[in-house]
Design a protein around this ligand. Structure first.
Ligand code: NZQ
Ligand code: ZN
Length: 386
């Protein structure tokens, strides 16, 4: 196990009707001018927009808005929100929505302190985040875990690129997680969310670091709950507790607790970005489409790291001792839930020039992954197989 320093400073307010606590949370932060960042419809359908207006009207807060943030949020929304935040002298940002809205809000929060044309430099790692406006979150989907971490993933349509950064200045001050908001999420989005949660766990579980049983068993526990509750949901048990377990798993899966003392991999997330930005894919499905290929290649290339962990995971989750069969069981589970397990099943058939371009894009800042290193040539092999 490796040394680590772990801090997860977000105040989590979890449960039914917890939007009521927003008033106190904003008072505690002494908010005066707030930018509300949200997506298209869900904030209003769920009644959150009205609840916020009511709360703000009882406080001495001026409200500004950045609306219509799309899934796979685009740099244009970041620039637009940045301008509003600067022009109106915003001192706090409240994000209400799924990962896309939260990520856009985080990017706005730091871009206020950068020149507009320099924002993308941060995603290219040519510049770093050293300050950001504080931010709070009301999360409405169980998927990304963005509500308690410092990650943001932004798409640049002009360059047809999607890139991520991680920075402690972007960790939200508070997160209101009311799982009842997720009760009417579509089946497609629910499954994509469950797969994303599982993928966050897998990215941290499979690791080159030896002897990390505590983290590993925690990871398997989260996976078990996600599988059980997704299957409850698919059998028609769409109740509060099913959704609450998925919401909590989503937060735990990416607040970095599962990666303490070990090195994660994260190549699969990166590999999913080029086809996502070119074809507008749903994040969870882009991941399910490529992950079986990553698992097979990882077992071929780092047997020592992969076989024992596949065995432990397979035994607990699928009653399966064999590493190859465990890989099949993971893909089989995704397929049974209606998710694609290859890019072609997702309707994405890559031409040779796309394979070259994607491989170049993902390895532009160097090789990716830690269980096995993926350089440009291996990335091409990966896309050919996926
Ligand atoms: O625009 P609205 O109306 O809000 O609709 C959204 C959107 O169309 C809808 N939705 C949200 N809450 C809902 C709801 N529909 C019904 N009921 C509700 N309660 O769902 C659609 C998808 O929303 P989105 O925010 O895109 O989904 P998700 O939470 O899966 O976020 C995906 C984005 O997060 C990034 C992904 O790359 C992708 O851009 N990620 C962020 C991470 C992070 N910051 O830690 C980690 C992840 O690995 C991921 O990369
Ligand atoms: Zn993800």
């Amino acid at each position: 196990m490796e040394n680590f320093v772990y801090e997860s400073p977000t105040k989590i307010v979890f449960g039914k009707n917890q939007i009521e606590t927003l008033k106190t949370l904003l008072q505690e932060k002494n908010v005066k001018r707030m930018l509300l960042v949200y997506g298209r419809k869900s904030i209003k359908k769920l009644g959150i927009y009205d609840a916020i207006q009511d709360i703000v009207s009882t406080l001495d807060i001026r409200l500004f808005e950045e609306a219509n943030v799309r899934p796979n949020p685009e740099l244009k929304s970041v620039k637009s929100g940045r301008k509003k935040a600067i022009d109106s002298g915003v001192d706090f940002i409240l994000a209400v929505g799924g990962g896309s809205v939260i990520d856009c809000a985080k990017a706005i929060a730091f871009s206020v302190f950068k020149k507009e044309e320099k924002i993308w430099d941060v995603f290219l790692k040519n510049d770093v985040v050293s300050r950001a406006i504080p931010l709070g979150v009301v999360v409405t989907l169980a998927a990304t875990g963005s509500e308690t971490n410092g990650n943001t993933v932004i798409s640049n349509d002009e360059l047809r690129e999607k890139r991520s950064i991680k920075n402690d200045h972007l960790i939200p001050e508070f997160a209101i997680i009311d799982p009842s908001y997720t009760l009417n999420v579509s089946k497609e989005q629910t499954i994509a969310g469950s797969i994303d949660i599982m993928m966050h766990v897998f990215e941290q579980y499979f690791s080159p670091t030896k002897r990390t049983e505590t983290s590993d068993y925690m990871s398997i526990g989260v996976l078990q709950s996600v599988i059980e509750n997704t299957e409850r949901y698919l059998k028609g048990q769409n109740d509060y507790d099913t959704r609450a377990n998925l919401s909590w798993a989503s937060t735990i899966a990416l607040n970095w607790i599962l990666q303490q003392g070990k090195t994660g991999d994260w190549a699969s997330h990166r590999l999913s970005y080029p086809p996502t930005s070119e074809h507008g894919l749903t994040h969870g499905y882009a991941l399910s489409a490529i992950y079986p290929t990553w698992l097979k290649m990882a077992l071929e290339r780092n047997e020592e790291a992969m076989r024992p962990r596949l065995k432990t995971l397979g035994r607990t989750l699928f009653g399966e001792d064999d590493a190859e069969k465990t890989i099949e069981a993971i893909g089989g589970r995704f397929k049974a839930w209606g998710a694609p397990t290859s890019l072609s099943e997702y309707g994405v058939n890559l031409h040779q020039d796309q394979i070259h371009r994607y491989a170049k894009q993902v390895t532009r800042l160097g090789s990716i992954g830690n269980v096995f290193k993926i350089d440009r040539k291996l990335a091409e092999t990966f896309y050919e197989r996926a």
